[in-house]
Design a protein around this ligand. Structure first.
Ligand SMILES: Nc1ncnc2c1ncn2[C@@H]1O[C@H](COP(=O)(O)OP(=O)(O)OP(=O)(O)O)[C@@H](O)[C@H]1O
Ligand SMILES: [Mg+2]
Length: 239
């Protein structure tokens, strides 16, 4: 399988010393990679480095073989790396439809935008069903789904989701995880960060456990999930 994104020896921090202590991470085309780990392990920091919001002090980030190290967030977005942030990010008073269309604001080809809208509506019927309603009238889980739909309007090569299940009730959480799995099954390469380690690793083709700014363990999602050491260290408290 071809490597899409590769981090090698990445060190990065916020001015008071490095938080990431040399992170190696490889994401295959078509995979669903899930990063888990305790609070403060550096998961979101890895995402910030990938999106160009934080520049590494050492190490490299390569995408399809091209160096992205030190490139701007705008350049990285233009390469097709799109992130859905942890917090709610829809424009609350705008309609569901307007929010989704806005995802493609940078796409000049109107017919391409229409084609993508059709694909997104097929995958997420709620976008059509609730199209005229303000985004704020949707539940937290529904808003998350609409955020996925909006991100897909850019047809990303890599879709990054930071803790999409946070704050959702168990039933809605299941819906969100099923949706994440569906996006991956339809061919999308995904990078997921999750507090909900059992659910995240359960759907992941590749699981990564971070601790203290390092990758502590990685392998097929289910193997990581069933690793006794990991169960003892992380899963009891977070699942
Ligand atoms: N903007 C910042 N300025 C200074 N330190 C920060 C900043 N953001 C994060 N940190 C520190 O970097 C470390 C790693 O944070 P990070 O957000 O990457 O952890 P995380 O694994 O995403 O944790 P969580 O599960 O709580 O989201 C923490 O010690 C945190 O306090
Ligand atoms: Mg985080």
């Amino acid at each position: 399988m071809a490597t899409l994104l590769e981090l090698a020896g990445v060190r990065a921090g916020y001015g008071g010393g490095d938080i990431l202590q040399g992170v190696d991470l490889s994401i295959d085309e078509g995979s669903l990679t899930c990063i888990v780990g305790p609070n403060g392990a550096g998961k979101s920091t890895v995402l910030r480095v990938i999106s160009g919001l934080l520049h590494p002090s050492a190490g490299t980030v390569r995408f399809r073989g091209e160096s992205l190290t030190g490139r701007s967030p705008r350049t990285i977005l233009a390469r097709g790396i799109v992130q859905v942030p942890q917090e709610r990010s829809l424009f609350p008073t705008m309609s569901v439809w307007e929010n989704v269309r806005l995802g493609a604001f940078s796409v000049p080809d109107r017919r391409l935008v229409e084609r993508r809208l059709a694909t997104v509506v097929e995958m997420f019927p709620i976008v059509a069903e609730r199209r005229r309603e303000p985004a704020a009238s949707l539940s937290g889980g529904q808003q998350k789904i609409v955020e996925f739909a909006r991100a897909l309007m850019l047809d990303p090569a890599l879709l990054i989701l930071d803790e999409p299940s946070m704050g959702l009730d168990p039933k809605t959480r299941t819906l969100v995880f099923n949706t994440v799995r569906e996006m991956n099954r339809s061919g999308r390469t995904l990078l997921l960060v999750e507090q909900n380690a059992r659910s995240g690793l359960g759907i992941a083709s590749h699981g990564v456990v971070m601790e203290s700014g390092r990758v502590r363990l990685e392998g097929p999602g289910v193997e990581v999930l069933n690793n006794p050491e990991i169960a003892r260290l992380y899963l009891g408290a977070t699942a």
